[in-house]
Design a protein around this ligand. Structure first.
Ligand SMILES: N[C@@H](CCC(=O)N[C@@H](CS)C(=O)NCC(=O)O)C(=O)O
Length: 249
């Protein structure tokens, strides 16, 4: 309960940035690749933008004390500074939150980034506060086995239930495809079992949400797919337990 409370408070501190998602779905997109730390304030601002633009991203976690991916970054690009974004669709490589957010909105949103998501001092401060409210969960490495294939997590940035799962994935240095299922209509507000709008839930047609709904009969995040063990699971607490039991050393 305390975990959920601080996670909701962290989202509130960022005024629920990373909740709503663009109605457009970009098909046949090579997922973005981002070297990320869940608790890093600038990485959070980039993830909020990615979530609101309704894009997917392969997250390569770089927790403090974890050399696995930072070393990769150093060898390939002579830096270990994050956030680091690679967009194979346009052969773009960027290493500053401000440039990444500007680029993403220009290329995928055809507009400039909203002020509430830009890498300015105010947003940096509130993002730092959000991490402090979470006691910097996700920031530091927990020794773990390296998986063969990246995991897949359905989530959206401000989701209070999904955040602890992303923190755990980061601490364990487990790469994962982050499929963002942000809210695309008013009827989607609230937890999956108690949506604010009464009546039956129907996602917008031809969206990632409608594809998820067709497969699972509901839209609820977090949802984890682990191709290494063929495990598919809902429920944040169970997912965190599973990740630790399967990968932590
Ligand atoms: N008991 C579930 C609750 C999950 C949940 O309600 N998640 C919210 C997002 S934080 C959700 O899926 N809401 C419905 C939606 O986004 O359409 C868990 O712990 O994973």
């Amino acid at each position: 309960m305390f975990n959920l409370l601080t996670s909701a408070l962290a989202s509130q501190t960022r005024l629920w940035a990373g909740t709503k998602a663009a109605k457009t779905t970009i098909n046949e997109q090579d997922p973005l690749i981002m070297y990320d730390n869940e608790a890093d304030p600038l990485c959070r601002l980039v993830r909020e933008a990615i979530s609101e633009l309704n894009l997917d991203v392969l997250i390569i976690p770089c927790p403090q004390g974890g050399e696995r991916h930072k070393q990769q970054l150093q060898e390939m690009y002579s830096t270990d500074r994050i956030p680091f974004l690679i967009d194979k669709n346009t052969q773009t490589i960027l290493n500053s939150a401000s440039e990444i957010i500007t680029y993403l909105y220009k290329h995928y949103g055809n507009c400039s980034a909203p002020i509430r998501l830009r890498a300015n001092l105010f947003n940096y401060a509130s993002s730092t506060t959000a991490s402090l409210i979470r006691f910097n969960a996700g920031k530091t490495k927990t020794p773990a086995i390296e998986p063969t294939d990246p995991l897949v997590l359905y989530s959206f940035e401000s989701s209070p239930y999904s955040r602890p799962v992303r923190e755990t994935l980061c601490e364990l240095e487990l790469p994962y495809l982050l499929v963002n299922l942000g809210k695309q209509s008013f009827g989607e507000l609230g937890p999956a079992t108690r949506r604010l709008s009464p009546g039956e839930y129907t996602p917008l047609p031809e969206t990632k949400r409608s594809a998820f709904f067709a497969e699972h009969g509901t839209v609820q995040v977090p949802f984890l797919k682990d191709p290494n063990t063929d495990v598919d699971m809902f429920e944040s607490k169970a997912i965190v337990k599973y990740l630790i039991a399967t990968y932590a050393l």
